[in-house]
Design a protein around this ligand. Structure first.
Ligand code: IMP
Ligand code: MG
Length: 192
């Protein structure tokens, strides 16, 4: 491996700016977890994570919730490689979470145009007969949403910029960065 990847840059070195470091993210998720613990006491919680981006958030958040809960996932795509939303939400699977009569909390990494969260919540409400459906996002972009929706639990609000790390990807990569930040321009391929 010696020198094999020289020139490609360490992952962290590809960030122009860090918005939230590990400690800040951990603190925010702990706080959200205790609110959820209070709000859902006595309920029947199923956390449904949006793949792939919601996975790190799921893993950290459920360990901050002191209630019995189930977890499931749903796979959709609304980004197709670039840094802006494509406008369509595609469900990658036919199987929906088995949540009849349960309190569903949908988790996603980020709320941007609102299309993803709205499509998932709509689909679960229509097809899964849940008792309740709410949502939690780690990040919320302050933008004019294509679909008017806000999450019930929001970690951090950010401006209208493209971020990576902690589950968030650019062209499938950077999800494993333990921090959330903005990519240096040279690592973004200009869109045609
Ligand atoms: P929405 O449907 O436009 O609200 O976008 C939600 C989805 O777009 C998220 O699940 C992310 O996968 C993706 N997304 C939105 N903004 C960003 C970003 O800044 N970085 C990486 N992915 C993003
Ligand atoms: Mg995503």
């Amino acid at each position: 491996m010696n020198g094999m990847l020289s020139g490609s840059g360490n992952l962290d070195e590809r960030l122009e700016r860090i918005l939230f470091d590990q400690a800040r993210i951990r603190e925010c998720i702990a706080e959200m977890g205790s609110r959820i613990t209070e709000d859902y006491a006595g309920g029947s919680l199923t956390i449904v994570a949006v793949l792939q981006g919601g996975v790190l958030f799921l893993a950290d958040l459920i360990r901050e919730i002191r209630l019995p809960l189930r977890m499931d996932s749903i796979s959709v795509a609304s980004y197709h490689g670039g840094t802006s939303s494509s406008g369509t939400v595609t469900f990658h699977q036919n199987r929906l979470p088995d949540v009849e009569g349960r309190d569903v909390l949908v988790l996603d990494d980020i709320l941007d145009s609102g299309r993803t969260l709205a499509a998932i919540i709509g689909r679960i409400r229509e097809d899964c007969r849940p008792r309740s459906v709410r949502s939690a996002v780690l990040l919320s972009k302050k933008v004019n949403r294509a679909v008017p929706i806000e999450a019930d639990y929001t970690g951090f609000e950010i401006g209208d910029e493209f971020v990576v790390g902690y589950g968030l990807d650019y062209q499938g990569e950077y999800r494993n960065l333990p921090v959330i930040g903005v990519l240096r321009k040279e690592w973004i391929i200009p869109e045609a």
